[in-house]
Ligand binder design. Structure first.
Ligand code: HEM
Length: 138
């Protein structure tokens, strides 16, 4: 990611954090389950709690985009836990698409192509790390 992309992601994330998490979570899971119906049966904890965890993890990553080494170990452990949840590498693109779609809907007029590319790079960085850790664990 370029320094500008990092700044764009950080600034837009601040805006997303101001929106009711319940609302953002509803949009995210509705979109995910529409694109990947099989995911519905994978989540055992209530989605409200689940979304808060996802949001916290994303927050940890986004706020440290310029010093990712601080979160890499946590992200790798997260990925290994995901293997036990039944998550396969192919599933990461669905979560990425649902996340970007959710951001585009919630940011509305503040969303544009440059922001899309910045978030895409951010998610690719995160999911590549998770998928790599998954491969090593198996
Ligand atoms: C960058 C990508 C992702 C992030 C940051 C993320 C984050 C999290 C976090 C923080 C948790 C809470 C439990 C824990 O810490 O172990 C969790 C649980 C879970 N995630 Fe993810 N996740 C990602 C990708 C995915 C993908 C691709 C799937 C597949 C559909 C998925 C499905 C699940 C499931 C099934 C659980 C367990 C829910 C339960 O306990 O009922 N996640 N995720």
């Amino acid at each position: 990611m370029t320094p500008r992309q990092i700044q764009l992601v950080k600034n837009s994330w601040k805006l997303v954090r101001e929106i009711n998490p319940q609302l953002v979570g509803d949009v995210f899971y509705s979109r995910l389950f529409l694109e990947m119906p099989a995911a519905k049966h994978m989540f055992k904890t209530p989605l409200t709690q689940q979304y808060a965890k996802l949001l916290d993890m994303l927050h940890a990553v986004v706020t440290r985009l310029d010093r990712l080494d601080e979160v890499t170990a946590d992200v790798r452990q997260l990925a290994i836990r995901h293997v036990a949840y039944g998550v396969k590498p192919v599933h990461y693109q669905y979560v990425g698409n649902a996340l970007l779609w959710t951001l585009s809907q919630t940011l509305g007029k503040d969303w544009n192509d440059e922001l899309h590319d910045a978030w895409q790079s951010c998610y690719t960085l995160l999911s590549d790390t998770m998928i790599a850790a998954t491969g090593e664990a198996e």
